[in-house]
Write a protein that binds this ligand. Structure first.
Ligand SMILES: C[S@@+](CC[C@H](N)C(=O)[O-])C[C@H]1O[C@@H](n2cnc3c(N)ncnc32)[C@H](O)[C@@H]1O
Length: 263
């Protein structure tokens, strides 16, 4: 039987409300979101200071990322395939143009370009064909000097993810438990003609089934993210990419990766 594409996963009625609830109530999700907000704003300050920012929030879902950014950028556009997710985004977003479309099936946003493209909680769960199609379509929309920022919310670098992955494969070898390593993030970007400039670590301490307070998680993240040697152990890293300059066709990410990629 053919597997259903991730494109279809958020289309059922009520999914938008369900997703919103998950973010408001889950302790780990609330903690991650607080860190993600800080980092996204840091990226805005570091990479876009003094520039007019034209944002595209890809796979925007209920509008989490666009809602954080829409008042801080010159123009804001958000795109998603799910009517249910977009119904919630429409209630939240005031300055954002909302587009219901699948840009991998005819890129209707072309020939527009954006200098800040975000893609959160998408690539990990998208099947390989959709990952490649989506990043390819996003590169077509990325300004020459623009940045694509994406995250991987189940990084295999995290010891907790690794533990769950091993357990899942033992218990349910046929089932799906998506994980992505930092190397796979680099390869995904590289294959689309991008390079990762910087990886921000998010979420270090997530032992399965043990409740950890928000304050303790913040303290651990504050400390661990200062120690660069620990960066690859976070669960939900955020990568900043740009177009590769003078890239060679026969090269690989590890050969040509810029210095300090895991900062
Ligand atoms: C887990 S949600 C993430 C929403 C949001 N980015 C966030 O971080 O809260 C993933 C979203 O990807 C959307 N999606 C899946 N395939 C897509 C495609 N081909 N084009 C646009 N959106 C897509 C789904 O409809 C869903 O809303």
């Amino acid at each position: 039987m053919a597997e259903v594409s991730y494109r279809e996963s958020h289309k059922y009625e009520g999914k938008g409300a369900e997703y919103e609830q998950y973010y408001r109530t889950g302790a780990w999700q609330r903690f991650l979101w607080s860190r993600e907000q800080e980092i996204i704003l840091k990226i805005l300050e570091k990479y876009f200071a003094g520039k007019d920012v034209h944002l595209l929030d890809f796979a925007c879902g209920t509008g989490r990322i666009a809602a954080l950014l829409e008042d801080r950028v010159k123009t804001s556009t958000a795109v998603d395939v799910s009517v249910s997710m977009l119904a919630i985004a429409r209630q939240k977003l005031e300055r954002t143009e909302i587009v219901e479309a699948d840009i991998t099936a005819g890129n209707i946003l072309k020939p527009r370009t954006f200098n800040f493209i975000t893609a959160f909680r998408f690539f990990l769960n998208a099947e390989p064909e959709l990952r490649r199609a989506a990043i390819g379509a996003l590169v077509e929309l990325l300004d020459e000097e623009g940045y694509l920022v994406f995250n991987n919310h189940q990084s295999l670098g995290s010891p907790w993810t690794k533990l769950l992955d091993v357990r899942h494969r033992q218990k349910n070898p046929e089932g799906i438990f998506n994980v992505m390593s930092i190397e796979e993030m680099k390869e995904l970007a590289w294959g689309a003609g991008l390079e990762i400039l910087e990886v921000f670590p998010v979420g270090f301490f997530h032992p399965p089934k043990i409740p950890v307070s928000y304050r303790l998680n913040r303290a651990i993240d504050n400390l661990a993210s200062r120690l660069k040697c620990l960066n690859r152990f976070s669960e939900s890293p955020i990568a900043v990419c740009r177009r590769r300059k003078n890239h060679r066709v026969d090269s690989s990410p590890d050969k040509e990766m810029t210095d300090g990629v895991d900062r």
